[in-house]
Design a protein around this ligand. Structure first.
Ligand SMILES: Nc1ncnc2c1ncn2[C@@H]1O[C@H](COP(=O)(O)OP(=O)(O)OP(=O)(O)O)[C@@H](O)[C@H]1O
Ligand SMILES: [Mg+2]
Length: 250
């Protein structure tokens, strides 16, 4: 009997020891995962900084050349629009970079997603040839979001949808509740996302339109994921694209 209780005691001690070892191991694994994530972020920032420097060179060179030519022809204003365009491009790049860099820093406030998507429409210009249909579920509950950053997410996706339909088309926006998530979808009838870039649209500078920065969706993904949500798309060449954004209710 005594021998039996001794062995139970030993087993208990062994169990406690292995539990402690397990805790220590878990802590060191978590630490390592954090280190790797930090190292990956640093590597990604290094890549993006050099992309940014490369992309800034273009507009800065245009400004330098234009100023040089203006000095030789005082009073000649023909270079003004070129300089203005180059400045817009450079500013857009710097703003996009800042947005991507700080995409994960969020401050939560209760808000209504339907109203936020409506607000995002104020940030874009919908051309006459594009018809808009909205189908918002009025029962969508208020949820905690970073208002400014999530508004930008919807703006980025809406702007891309409009840009995908230069010859006109239909833009459809909807919201609904799906289990423990609010789901917003933005659909367009544009040309679709070409197969060549489907894997790169969420990568900073991975895919960009002429005159654009290629940072919008990368920043949007960082923000949505910081909310514990997801962003993905379905696309069909020649038919259109639908972006889906989900955000947890709690
Ligand atoms: N609705 C869409 N239809 C077709 N292509 C799209 C759509 N949305 C995104 N894309 C493609 O994904 C790429 C990445 O989009 P993203 O918004 O990140 O960059 P961008 O629009 O080129 O530049 P910016 O940073 O100025 O927004 C676009 O260049 C475009 O090729
Ligand atoms: Mg864009």
């Amino acid at each position: 009997m005594e021998a039996e209780s001794k062995s139970v005691e030993e087993l208990r001690r062994a169990l406690a020891e292995s539990e402690q070892r397990y805790e220590e191991l878990l802590a060191s694994v978590e630490e390592r995962v954090k280190e790797i994530a930090k190292a990956e972020f640093r590597a990604e920032m290094t890549r993006i900084s050099s992309e940014l420097a490369h992309d800034l060179r273009g507009p800065l060179q245009i400004i330098t050349n234009s100023l040089f030519l203006m000095e030789r022809k005082p009073g000649d204003t023909t270079y003004y629009p070129k300089i203005g365009e180059a400045l817009k491009q450079a500013t857009g790049l710097l703003d996009g970079f800042g947005e991507y860099y700080r995409g994960h820093e969020i401050t939560l406030m209760k808000c209504n997603v339907n109203r936020l998507v409506e607000k995002s429409f104020e940030d874009i210009v919908v051309p006459q040839g594009v018809t808009v249909s909205k189908n918002f579920d009025p029962t969508v509950p208020d949820i905690s979001l970073d208002l400014g950053k999530m508004r930008r997410v919807f703006t980025i996706v809406l702007k891309n949808a409009v840009e995908a339909m230069p010859g006109g088309g239909s833009l459809s926006v909807s919201s609904r509740v799906d289990g423990d998530r609010v789901v917003v979808q933005v659909g367009d009838t544009g040309g679709g996302i070409s197969e060549a870039i489907r894997g790169k649209v969420f990568v900073a500078f991975g895919a960009k339109k002429r005159g654009c920065c290629g940072l919008g969706l990368a920043a949007a993904k960082r923000t949505v994921e910081a909310h514990g949500g997801s962003i993905f798309f379905e696309t069909e060449t020649g038919k259109g694209t639908t972006f889906t954004i989900t955000v947890p209710i709690k």
